[in-house]
Write a protein that binds this ligand. Structure first.
Ligand code: KIV
Ligand code: ZN
Length: 537
């Protein structure tokens, strides 16, 4: 594929740049679940990780390459600094994939060269093509990124891009690493590259950008107008600092406004042919999965996937929408897979119906996990008459996608009220098998529980986030609690769902403690995976 082709490629980096969000560390099973969801969504390339960073990352990339990167599936990509060791690790991890891609990068801005790399432009101009040529010994599909391109001298960029394309790079990616550029500048940069890199038509121009000024999506859309044909993005826009360009926003902007973008891709304005390969009906489900597994909740007013994105509150708007949806709606909620989530199961539904619906939702559970989730479903069905897809997701996640149960909550008892001192009693089984009971008072019931747990567990931490969200409407709704703890500069998340939010709060806290404890005691791959932070990009 070259720049002349009239479709936009979607390169998803949720599992690499997205996973670099503080506290978003995922284990191997969780990464595989997300990779499968991305394949169902229809992304062209999955950047599955940074294989040299840790054993956990290497294994996750290798597993995704073998299980998701099959013929007819997406290309699987691994990141590598422009260094032989990195490239070799990526090449090996990607070997099982049908269409592996190595993405190698080196910084090109003067500020990175002087302070980070301590190298001259001449050095970088020699290293980049040499490493691209080395990457070509593992796969034909090689992407090169001049890191911090947004702040690099365009003349130097032209030189380096020409050299890496000569060396065999099939995609050249232009990152706005620090989210500094504005749409006109970024579009101008892509235009300059198209006009000044003599061999540019032998490679696809890609863009990558961070959202520090909230401009990443706007920058990409401008880049498309000037020839960018691959967009690097993440689900829910997660990523370093303020995140990356959000996949769902880019895809829906190109879909809803295709008449505007068609001519920039050489099509008639009224062409109905999709501009991307994304099955937009999978967007909402994928967004939920990523939010659930990373513990990074989606803000209510987030474009496309926020819970308010399709809600009309004001009377005037409601009246208009009732008369004709087009008065206030530019896209149909169904187009992102929203309204398919009607009530589907109840008290009398059997295991088969349960299993079938879960697999329709993209959950592929082992028999053991299915049994646990089914028991939980029956328990919920006794309390809640109507069970929706959101409830099912919450149950599955709560039962199956949790860290190892090192501390186990055996009992929670709380007393509180307007004239009472909130008091909690808890009983916990510790990792060495002791059963300990303690009590504490707090400013509220959740505070009292956390204090009581801390007295027993004795795992130092700082609570930096507590949030509770209702999964569906109604008094019997499941509440989902997300907790983030900080310890030694790292962030650990915990998540739990229950119709009783006090119970969910306690379990979410214990889940986060289990992650922290497992990591600091070297008990799971998380300890290895999170060491990605120690590899300087
Ligand atoms: O933001 C960035 O520059 C990156 C590169 C590795 C592409 O993530
Ligand atoms: Zn990035």
């Amino acid at each position: 594929m070259t720049n002349q082709d009239d479709r936009i490629l979607i390169f998803d980096t949720t599992l690499r740049d997205g996973e670099q969000s503080p506290g978003a560390t995922l284990n191997g099973d969780e990464k595989l679940a997300i990779a499968r969801a991305l394949a169902r969504l229809g992304v062209d390339v999955i950047e599955a990780g940074f294989p040299i960073a840790s054993r956990g990352d290497f294994e996750a990339v290798q597993r995704i390459a073998g299980e998701v990167g099959i013929e007819g599936g997406p290309s699987i990509c691994g990141l590598a600094r422009a260094m032989k060791g990195d490239i070799e690790a990526a090449g090996k991890a990607l070997a099982p994939a049908f269409n592996p891609r190595i993405h190698t990068f080196i910084a090109t801005s003067d500020i990175h060269l002087e302070y980070k790399l301590r190298k001259s432009r001449k050095d970088v101009l020699a290293i980049a093509p040499e490493m691209v040529a080395y990457a070509k010994t593992f796969t034909d599909n090689v992407e090169f990124s001049p890191e911090d391109a947004g702040r690099s001298d365009p003349e130097f960029l032209y030189q380096i891009l020409e050299a890496v394309i000569d060396a065999g790079a099939t995609t050249v990616n232009i990152p706005d690493t620090v989210g500094y550029t504005t749409p006109a500048e970024f579009g101008g940069l892509i235009k300059g590259i198209k006009e000044n890199v003599p061999n540019i038509n032998q490679a696809i121009i890609s863009v990558h950008g961070h959202n520090d000024l909230g401009l990443a999506v706007a920058n990409f859309l401008e880049a498309v107008k000037h020839g960018a044909r691959q967009l690097e993005c993440t689900i829910n826009g997660i990523g370093e600092r303020a995140g990356n360009a959000a996949l769902e926003e880019l895809v829906m902007a190109l879909h809803v406004r295709r008449q505007y973008y068609n001519p920039f891709l050489g099509r008639p304005a009224d062409s109905e042919k999709p501009l991307t390969n994304i099955n937009t009906k999978e967007i909402y489900k994928t967004s939920r999965l990523v939010s659930n597994l990373t513990g990074l909740s989606v803000q209510a007013n987030k474009a496309i996937v926020g819970i308010n994105a399709f809600a009309h509150e004001s009377g005037i708007h409601q009246d208009g929408v009732l008369k004709n949806k087009l008065t206030y709606e530019i896209m149909d909620a169904k187009s992102i897979g929203l309204t398919d989530n009607q009530i589907i199961l109840g008290k009398h539904s059997g295991r088969n119906a349960f299993r079938t619906r879960l697999s329709e939702l993209g959950f592929d559970l082992s028999d053991n996990d299915l049994n646990k989730a089914f028991l939980r479903f029956k328990d919920l069905a006794d309390k809640k008459k109507e069970i929706t897809d959101w409830d099912l997701e919450a149950i599955v996640k709560d039962e199956t996608q949790q860290p190892p149960e090192l501390f186990r909550l055996e009992l929670i008892q709380v007393s509180c009220g307007d004239n009472a001192q909130p008091t909690a009693t808890i009983r916990i089984r510790t990792p060495d098998g002791q059963e300990l009971t303690d009590a504490a008072i707090g400013t509220g019931p959740v505070d009292a529980i956390y204090k009581a747990i801390n007295r027993v567990a004795d795992v130092p931490n700082e609570l930096i986030e507590y949030s509770v969200q209702s999964v569906t409407a109604g008094i019997d709704a499941i509440g989902e609690v997300t907790i983030r703890l900080r310890h030694d500069g790292k962030i650990y998340s915990g998540h739990a769902a229950n119709t009783d939010i006090i119970v969910a709060s306690a379990r979410a806290y214990v889940n986060a403690l289990n992650r922290l404890y497992a990591s600091t005691n070297g008990l799971t791959e998380d300890a290895v995976v999170s060491s990605v932070e120690t590899v300087a990009l």
